[in-house]
Design a protein around this ligand. Structure first.
Ligand code: MGD
Ligand code: MGD
Ligand code: MO
Length: 825
């Protein structure tokens, strides 16, 4: 079998031609043994299908080829309210309909008038024309600048699905065609923790199964959510979420046991627990000081577990003189912590006593490490948990994923589906990893790379050099939403002579691109995916709900077409079309079942049913993180150099970084509320939104439920509002010396005085596109955030290190334009 959509057949792709090519897929697939699967290559005009998304599995109702209704899968007891927006996103006015090229680029070639990106208009072109331009540019890049000219580190929350993984497909196309590129490592979510934790615990920790909820419900006396908002953030999953975390939260609520929230905001999660919830609101970025104040009290009062520290940890003796102040003259006691955190010393001492009295689970979110010196926060949390001595016992210790993708949802023993590979070289000793790209940068250093080609930088013990990139191809991410310091970024972006963006909506990134390609949503193609990031409770058929809209094509087809043009079409497709790939992935599940002497239904039966469930096991329900290590630290050592929990790390000591010492240490961040370098009076929290996934679904009807005066909401305490003459519902200007955006005020005592909150992910809508420092009309809070690495160790982003101020906006109110499509499109 060869690919059905070749370069020739894509000439001027009309809707009719789409139907034809889809029909030819059907014809070809009919040769394959699976008859049902062949039929599934086309969406039914009427009826109901099952599919899946980051927001959950769902049933979609289709009438006359139009998707009319969506409801959560009946096996999901806690479907997200955002599903309504999923349906709407398909028909949103922000859809990209056709391949488009920026006018100056089309008329004058790569690198032309890059400062007009965002204001220049777009010209519609045929698929052939667009793909020819891109292929020619790939070739020019390699010939002119060499193998590190293309930045394909493309990051973001692309849709789930084992086949249409657009980022793997992008790199696969480049790898199999021998086109050199620069890759990225890490992510924006846990940039700091995923680098520090392997030094401390020997694993990533942030993406590992947690002690199962039933164990927590039974054994935990005090549940502490430290900078975590699980009711909001568990709505989504990297694969299709099972929402099992909500069952755990509800079961814990039913016990009536106390739940403590340490958060500048009284969150929806705190509200969920009602009277059981206690709220402590420290100044943001002060958590490490609070943890140290608690640790100091434990030590001072002899409440720490010395036996645990002796047997399971390494280096407490090196940390202790710092904690007591013996080494630097500053005891990190409760008074010291009170000064930094704004929480009084007696409360901090009280927390130490409560934590030590009974079984305490320290469940932390990730905002604390998305901050300057973020590495230190979870390192200190682990150190505190070590002093409490309950790691590896039922219900005690710490957890870094109870708020994310339902960590702690008990696991099943089902198969793990493979997915499309990026075609890179396998890494020896780590079968699941490939090394691909001629170079790689820590993902959040992209602007630094553009500004400093050839400059050396530190990263986790290595000294590397920024490559000189000239082109980027972005898929499945929205960097003009997710990256910090927008004004700086817009300028740096001009170094790219060519920017290609493939998405299904006119994001700010697409608006600032040269070539824009319309991808299908996941609901316009077929795929398969796991259900439950940690539980792996089921496999879901992500069935095509409707036929592709306008001229949208699937990520697989677009990249296959580009690979073909680069002479590597067969290497890319391996002769398989969409359904053939899905069958191959499924075959692996069959093999895994066989290896365990069990059997699963045939692919056709699975596809017809739409899902396949796997029972949760007793082992899954009773899982206790680090129980094996606790039972026998010699036979079950951790993956650290000492095999123990490293409170002091010799490896980090050897790196000699001034901003990441070898044990948890308080270091002043770039700026913090009331800190020595505070130029502004307010901290700006940039949390994750209740009714979006970052910037996804911002272009949908969900916006009607949360915008204030048509803008992104800004929470502000009554004291701060009154001092500025701001009333609930007012349009405000949030600003600092890096940037400014409008927002709509919500005056509430659910936020600590001195802190305001504008969620990340609001669409960037410059009032004067291309003009340095332009006001954002809608509410992109990354106008204000600084772009710097957490430290030389992890180089994570610092999206939560933001000070600023706010005032009532009294000028002429600019219209929000970003939710319409650009002219001509
Ligand atoms: N200040 C601040 N900044 C932050 C954060 C913060 O807390 N504060 N959080 C950070 C974090 S943790 C993250 S993860 C990032 C998120 O940053 P992103 O992941 O970049 O944000 P999304 O809005 O999810 O963007 C995903 C894009 O992919 C597109 N897309 C989805 N599926 C597909 C597909 O199948 N094919 C194609 N071609 N496109 C697709 C969507 O339309 C959307 O435009 O933001 C980071 N930025
Ligand atoms: N609905 C929804 N769910 C999501 C996402 C989404 O966009 N929307 N994004 C997903 C992704 S990619 C990620 S990475 C995770 C993010 O998960 P997190 O990083 O944990 O989420 P955040 O909302 O940034 O922060 C969680 C809480 O920390 C508090 N906080 C902020 N700064 C501080 C501080 O300095 N100290 C303390 N103690 N608390 C602080 C915030 O008020 C917030 O309530 O969420 C995932 N889930
Ligand atoms: Mo994230």
């Amino acid at each position: 079998m060869t690919r059905t959509v070749s370069s020739n057949s894509t000439t001027s792709m009309t809707r009719r031609r789409f139907l034809e090519s889809a029909a030819s897929i059907t014809a070809l697939a009919a040769v394959a043994p699976s008859i049902l699967a062949a039929g599934a290559a086309r969406a039914a005009t009427n009826g109901e299908v099952i599919s899946g998304s980051h927001w959950g599995a769902f049933h979609a109702t289709v009438k006359d080829g139009r998707w009319t209704d969506i409801r959560g899968w009946e096996k999901d007891a806690h479907p997200s309210h955002q599903l309504e927006g999923v349906l709407d996103s398909v028909y949103s006015p922000t859809r990209i309909k056709y391949p488009m090229v920026r006018r100056s680029y089309l008329e004058n070639g790569p690198g032309s008038n890059v400062e007009t990106r965002g204001s220049d208009d777009f010209v519609r072109v045929s698929w052939d024309e667009a793909l020819d331009l891109i292929t020619a540019e790939f070739k020019r890049m390699g010939e002119t600048y060499g193998p590190t000219a293309i930045y394909a580190g493309s990051y973001g929350w692309k849709s789930p699905g084992k086949l249409h993984n657009c980022q793997s497909l992008l790199r696969r196309m480049l790898n199999v065609s021998g086109t050199g590129y620069v890759n990225s490592s890490g992510d924006y979510s846990t940039g700091a923790s995923q680098i520090i934790m392997p030094h401390v615990m020997g694993t990533l920790e942030v993406y590992e199964q947690q002690t199962a909820w039933p164990v927590v419900v039974e054994n935990t006396d005090l549940l502490v959510f430290w900078g975590a908002n699980p009711i909001i953030t568990n709505q989504i999953g990297w694969v299709i979420p099972d929402h099992g975390g909500y069952e755990g939260l509800q079961a814990f609520k039913d016990t009536g046991k106390p739940v403590l929230f340490i958060d500048p905001v009284r969150t929806e999660s705190a509200d969920f627990f009602g009277d059981q919830a206690e709220w402590i609101a420290p100044k943001p970025q002060s958590d490490l000081a609070m943890m140290m104040g608690i640790a100091h009290t434990l030590y001072e009062e002899g409440l720490h577990d010395q036996a645990f520290l002796d047997e399971y940890t390494s280096g407490f003796d090196r940390f202790l003189p710092y904690l007591t102040g013996e080494s630097d003259g500053t005891p990190k006691n409760a008074e010291w912590a009170a000064e930094i955190s704004g929480i009084d010393a007696e409360t901090i001492r009280g927390l130490a006593r409560r934590f030590a009295d009974g079984t305490t689970m320290l469940a932390s979110g990730w905002s604390l490490q998305r901050q300057h010196m973020g590495e230190q926060r979870h390192w200190m949390l682990v150190t505190l948990a070590c002093m409490l001595g309950k790691i590896g016992l039922p219900g005690g210790g710490f957890g870094l994923s109870y708020h994310y993708s339902s960590g702690g949802s008990p696991s099943a023993d089902g198969p793990v589906l493979p997915g499309i590979t990026d075609g890179g070289k396998a890494v020896e000793g780590a079968a699941w990893l490939t090394e691909s790209g001629a170079a790689s940068i820590p993902v959040a250093r992209v602007v630094d790379m553009l500004e400093n080609p050839g400059k050396p930088f530190d990263f986790n013990g290595k000294n590397e050099t920024y490559p000189d990139t000239r082109m980027t191809y972005w898929v499945g991410g929205n960097p003009l939403a997710h990256h910090q310091d927008r004004n700086r970024m817009i300028k740096a972006w001009r170094k790219f002579e060519t920017v290609v963006v493939q998405d299904f909506q006119w994001t700010a990134t697409a608006r600032h691109a040269d070539i824009v390609l319309p991808a299908t949503t996941s609901y316009e193609r077929n795929d398969v995916e796991q259900y439950g990031d940690y539980s792996l409770k089921a496999i879901i058929a992500m069935k095509k709900v409707i036929e592709p809209m306008y001229e949208a094509r699937s990520d697989f087809d677009i990249f296959a077409d580009l690979a073909e043009r680069l002479g590597a079409g067969d290497a890319f497709t391996e002769g398989k079309d969409e359904m053939a790939w899905l069958q191959e992935f499924y075959k692996s599940a069959e093999d895994q079942a066989k290896a365990k002497s069990s059997e699963i239904p045939s692919f056709d039966d699975f596809w017809e049913q739409g899902y396949l469930e796997f029972p949760v096991t007793d082992a899954g329900r009773n899982f206790v993180r680090y129980a094996d290590f606790r039972e026998d630290p010699l036979l079950e050592p951790l993956g650290t150099p000492t095999g123990l929990i490293e409170i002091f790390s010799r490896n980090i000591e050897k790196m000699g970084y001034d901003d990441c010492p070898p044990h948890p240490t308080w270091i002043e961040p770039l700026e913090r509320l009331d800190g020595p370098d505070a130029k502004y009076p307010l901290h700006v929290a940039t949390s994750h939104p209740q009714s979006r996934l970052h910037s996804q679904l911002c272009g949908t009807i969900l916006r009607e439920n949360y915008t204030v005066a048509g803008r992104e909401p800004c929470l502000i305490n009554p004291a701060d509002a009154e001092a500025r003459g701001i009333a609930d519902g007012d349009v405000v200007r949030v600003f600092n010396d890096r940037g400014q955006t409008l927002a709509g005020a919500i005056v509430t005592d659910a936020i600590r005085p001195g802190v305001i909150r504008v969620n990340e992910g609001g669409w960037y809508d410059p009032v004067e596109p291309g003009v340095d420092g332009s006001l954002c009309a809608y509410g992109d809070i990354n106008m204000l955030s600084p772009d710097l690495g957490t430290s030389k160790l992890a180089q994570g982003n610092c999206g939560h290190t933001v000070l600023g101020d706010v005032e009532k906006f009294t000028g002429d109110l600019p219209e929000v334009k970003v939710f319409d499509t650009p002219a001509n499109s």
